[in-house]
Design a protein around this ligand. Structure first.
Ligand SMILES: *Cc1c(COP(=O)(O)O)cnc(C)c1O
Length: 380
């Protein structure tokens, strides 16, 4: 069965009533038949039938065996970090999502978990950085905001060799384009806030694994820490996922055309998009993704914060906002928004130019999106 079909038909009609739309079980507790004897559900933090449908759905989509839904992407990330012990080390991609970096650097560092960041687009950097303390390798591919690509399969072999777990934050690709578990990852994370829910209307996070021992530990952490996704947001996420394949393919169609337009524009210095043959790891992206995604970043020949600001403030269809993956196109300037707290020299070293602009292509008409960028670039 192909993915589009599998998504829709792995959401079963409600067993109790036949409802084709998953019911929202808005309840805190479940009445037991006799003390300790219940129908699979005892308390809403531990389990909920609506959340259970979402958890099964994401496990199916990522070719895993167990899924877990959390109150945000960062709550999902937090649960996975809690698999570690004080004294353990995490080796991660250098342009890690800012929130992941913040929790590792400001909270878990204090609790004795050390973070080492390396540019994983060259596997030799990673090989040189792992030690016997490395218990987790943390990858994003493509990364934010420079769209670097890491070879997930090669990295999974390194993880296996040193006995570390490989975690892949698959938010940017979505399960339509890339399935890290098939490439050797132990754990996949999503900020479901982005492509999965897809309408910029909620905050949610998901974790998937195919390893039942790991699943048991994650379930224990989910229940013990309690950052679960509520029934209504679980339902909205299920509803969003029903159209995931349609949306992501249209978004990729748009991004491919927008990237070509930007690459040929005289005021644009560089376009970061894994689908362009000029991308340094284009071949790896082609090998591990079915398409190249709908995130693009680009910098301007006039590389100043002001020039970038003019473009970001002049688009009308691309709305100026953080976040990504929704049906409406978004634009942002990392140097002034998501990456403002990072010192300029560190930012530059990571390839985040002052004028760098990141866009998330939505499902509008591609010609309209290109016209919008064209008139905004003319304002410089
Ligand atoms: C947004 C995002 C997160 C955090 O998710 P929230 O739902 O905002 O908590 C983690 N990783 C990546 C790659 C993201 O884009």
């Amino acid at each position: 069965m192909k993915k589009e079909t599998k998504i829709l038909h792995s959401i079963e009609p409600d067993l109790l009533t036949g409802a084709i739309s998953t019911p929202i079980y808005q309840t805190a507790t479940f009445v037991q038949d006799s003390p300790g004897v219940h129908r699979g559900f005892d308390y809403g933090r531990t389990n909920n039938p609506t959340r259970a449908v979402l958890e099964k759905l994401i496990a199916t989509l990522e070719n895993g065996s167990h899924g877990f839904a959390f109150a945000s992407g960062l709550a999902a990330i937090d649960a996975v970090i809690k698999l570690l012990n004080s004294g353990d080390q995490i080796v991660a991609v250098d342009d890690l999502y800012g929130g992941t970096w913040r929790t590792l650097n400001h909270i878990y560092n204090r609790l004795g978990i050390q973070l080492v960041r390396v540019d994983c687009s060259d596997i030799r950097n990673l090989k040189a950085s792992v030690t016997d303390k490395t218990k987790l390798i943390w990858i994003e591919s493509p990364t934010n905001p420079t769209l670097k690509i890491a070879d997930i399969k090669e990295i999974s072999l390194i993880a296996q060799e040193i006995g570390a777990l490989l975690v892949v934050d698959n938010t940017f690709a979505s399960p339509i384009l890339q399935n890290p578990i098939d490439l050797g990852a132990d754990i996949v994370i999503h900020s479901a806030t982005k492509y999965l829910a897809g309408h910029s209307d909620l905050i949610a996070g998901l974790v998937v694994t195919r390893n039942s021992e790991l699943a048991e530990q994650i379930k224990f952490i989910q229940n013990s820490s309690g950052a679960i996704l509520g029934p209504f947001d679980s339902w909205l996420t299920i509803r969003g996922i029903e159209t995931l394949a349609l949306r992501v393919h249209k978004q990729c169609d748009n991004a491919e055309l927008v990237a070509q337009f930007l690459a040929s524009h005289p005021l644009v210095k560089r376009v970061n998009y894994p689908g362009l043959s000029t991308h340094p790891n284009h071949e790896i992206a082609e090998k591990q993704q079915s398409r190249f995604g709908a995130m693009i970043s680009f910098s301007l020949k006039t590389d100043s914060v002001d020039a970038g600001s003019i473009v970001c403030s002049s688009t009308t269809l691309f709305k100026l906002a953080e976040s990504l993956g929704g049906v409406k196109s978004l634009i942002c300037q990392p140097a002034l928004m998501t990456h403002k707290s990072i010192p300029q020299d560190v930012r530059h070293a990571a390839g985040i130019d002052d004028s760098l602009i990141r866009i998330s292509c939505g499902i509008e008409n591609a010609d309209d999106l290109i016209d919008d960028l064209k008139q905004a670039l003319n304002k410089i």
